[in-house]
Design a protein around this ligand. Structure first.
Ligand code: PLZ
Length: 443
C-alpha cells in the first residue's frame, strides 16, 4: 500500500513551469485533466517530472490494457523501428500487418470468413467502416445512438451525440446521420424494468424506419456495445440481439464500435461476445497497440471486399512499428491472462463501489461489465439530478492525492475506471481507498 509517492505539492515546480510554457504555445482547447507533466510510466504507475508517482486508473483513456511501458511491447517497438519505420502498406507491404489481420479475424465473433484493414485513430476506423458499409449496401443513411461517441472528425462528430465539448460551433456536420435512443436504463423515462427499456428502445429503432428514414436507404446502424464516453451505459441483455435481428430483417449492416470496450476490457475479448451478437463490422482501436496510433475495421470478408482496388487507404494506416506493438500486445494479453484478469479487477471494483454507495448518498448507480466499471453521481437519489460539479471536484481531489481517474457521461457525472489490466490488487485497493475517502469527504 505505498505505491503513491508524493514529494511535492501537485503540481510541483517543474510541472508548473512546463505548463506555463504550454499555455503560451498550445491552444487552450487542448486543456489538461491532470496538471502534471509525465516523466515515465510503468504498469499502472505514472511518475511526473517532479518525482511524484500516481496510480493511473485512466490508462490513456483505455489504451493501456497491457500496462505502461510493457517490456515486451517496448522491445517489439524498438526492434521494428530499427528495421524500418514506414513504407505505406499499399506501396510496399510487410508481414506484421498481415499477421495482425490473421490474429484479429480469428478472435472476432462470427464463424464466417473475415478480413481486416488498419488505420491510425479510432475516428478513422469508424469513418472507414461507414465508407465500406455504404459501398457494400449502395445505401447512404447511418443510424447512430443518443449518447454515442465515435470520434472528432467531421463524420464521426456527426455520429457523436454530446453537444459540448464535441460539436458546438464545429458544424455543419455530415448529412444522412439519424439518431435513436440507446437503452440507458437508469435515465429512461418512467423508469421501467431493463427488459421493458430494451423493448422500447428496439421499438424506437423500428419506428425510425417508418417515421425518419427508409430501411431500404439505410446502410448501417452503428453503436457501442457499452457506451464509453456516454457514461459506461450497459444495455439490457436483450437489446443488442434485438437490434441485430432488426438489422438483418432489412439488410442493414450492424457496425459495432469496440474501440473502448474491446481488448478484454469487459472480461471478454470483445464486448459483443457477452451479448451473443456477430456484428458485420467491428471497429477496434485504443488498447490495440498500447497507445501507438493504430486502429482497425474487422468485417465479413464479402463486405470488406466490396470497395475496389485502391479505394481505401492513406499514407500511414497500419504503420509497421504500431503493428509490431499490436502483435506484442496480443502475446502479452494471452501470456498474462488479461481477459480473465479484467473480470477479477471488475469484481473488486464493483465491491468497492457498492461499499461506497452504501456510505455515500452521492452514488446513484454502480454499473459496468468486467473492468469497465463506473459510478454515476447524483445530488438526489430520487430525482437523479446529476452531480456534475461534485464529480469534477472528486476527480480533482483524487489527483491531488495521487490517483488519476476520468469522468464520462452526457452530464459529466460518471466516474469511470479504465485502469491498465496489469494493475496489482494492492495498487487498485490503494487507489480506491483514496477515492472512497475523498467521496465521503464530499458527501
Ligand atoms: N469510438 C467508442 O471511445 C475514443 C476520446 C477521447 P480516437 N474515446 C476517447 C477524446 O477526448 O477525444 C473513441 C471511442 C469510441 C471512437 C473513438 C475515437 O477514437 O482514437 O480518439 O479517434
Amino acid at each position: 500500500m505505498a505505491n503513491i509517492r508524493l514529494v511535492t505539492e501537485i503540481p510541483g515546480p517543474r510541472s508548473r513551469a512546463l505548463l506555463e510554457r504550454k499555455e503560451r504555445v498550445v491552444p487552450r482547447a487542448l486543456s489538461v485533466h491532470v496538471p502534471v507533466v509525465i516523466d515515465r510510466a510503468e504498469g499502472a504507475l505514472i511518475t511526473d517530472v517532479d518525482g511524484n508517482t500516481f496510480i493511473d486508473l485512466a490508462g490513456g483513456v483505455g489504451c493501456l490494457n497491457v500496462g505502461h511501458s510493457n517490456p515486451e511491447v517496448v522491445r517489439a517497438i524498438q526492434e521494428a523501428a530499427a528495421r524500418f519505420t514506414h513504407t505505406d502498406f499499399s506501396v510496399v507491404p510487410y508481414e506484421s500487418y498481415i499477421q495482425l489481420a490473421e490474429e484479429l479475424s480469428r478472435r472476432a465473433p462470427g464463424s464466417f470468413p473475415k478480413k481486416v484493414a488498419f488505420f491510425n485513430s479510432g475516428a478513422e476506423a469508424v469513418e472507414n467502416a461507414v465508407k465500406i458499409a455504404r459501398k457494400y449496401t449502395g445505401r447512404k443513411a447511418i443510424i447512430a445512438m443518443e449518447g454515442a461517441f465515435h470520434g472528432r472528425t467531421n463524420l464521426t462528430m456527426a455520429l457523436t451525440s454530446k453537444v459540448r465539448p464535441y460539436k458546438e460551433g464545429f458544424g455543419p456536420f455530415a448529412p444522412e446521420i439519424y439518431r435513436v435512443p440507446f437503452p440507458y436504463v437508469y435515465r429512461w423515462p418512467g423508469r421501467p424494468s431493463p427488459a421493458e427499456v430494451a423493448r422500447q428502445a428496439a421499438e424506437a429503432l423500428e419506428r425510425a424506419f417508418l417515421t425518419v428514414v427508409s430501411p431500404q436507404e439505410t446502410a448501417a446502424v452503428i453503436l457501442e456495445p457499452i457506451q464509453g464516453e456516454g457514461g459506461f451505459v450497459v444495455p439490457p441483455a436483450e437489446y443488442l440481439p434485438m437490434v441485430q435481428a432488426i438489422c438483418r430483417r432489412y439488410g442493414v449492416l450492424l457496425i459495432v464500435d469496440e474501440i473502448q470496450t474491446g481488448y478484454g476490457r469487459t472480461g471478454r475479448f470483445f464486448a459483443s461476445e457477452h451479448f451473443g451478437i456477430e456484428p458485420d463490422l467491428i471497429t477496434v482501436g485504443k488498447s490495440i497497440a498500447a497507445g501507438m496510433p493504430l486502429s482497425g475495421v474487422i468485417g465479413r470478408a464479402e463486405i470488406m471486399d466490396s470497395p475496389e482496388d485502391s479505394t481505401i487507404g492513406g499514407t500511414y494506416p497500419g504503420n509497421p512499428v504500431a503493428c509490431a506493438a499490436a502483435l506484442a500486445v496480443l502475446r502479452e494479453m494471452d501470456r498474462l491472462g488479461l481477459v480473465e484478469r479484467a473480470r477479477v479487477i471488475g469484481d473488486r471494483i464493483r465491491q468497492r463501489f457498492e461499499a461506497m454507495a452504501a456510505r455515500s448518498p452521492l452514488v446513484g448507480e454502480v454499473r459496468g461489465l468486467g473492468a469497465m466499471m463506473a459510478m454515476e453521481l447524483v445530488r438526489d437519489r430520487e430525482t437523479r439530478e446529476p452531480a456534475t460539479e461534485e464529480t469534477a471536484e472528486l476527480l480533482r481531489r483524487c489527483i491531488r492525492r495521487g490517483v488519476i481517474a476520468l469522468r464520462a457521461g452526457i452530464y459529466g457525472n460518471v466516474v469511470r475506471i479504465l485502469a491498465p489490466l496489469v494493475i496489482t490488487d494492492d495498487q487498485l485497493d490503494e487507489a480506491l481507498t483514496v477515492m472512497e475517502e475523498e467521496l465521503l469527504a464530499l458527501s
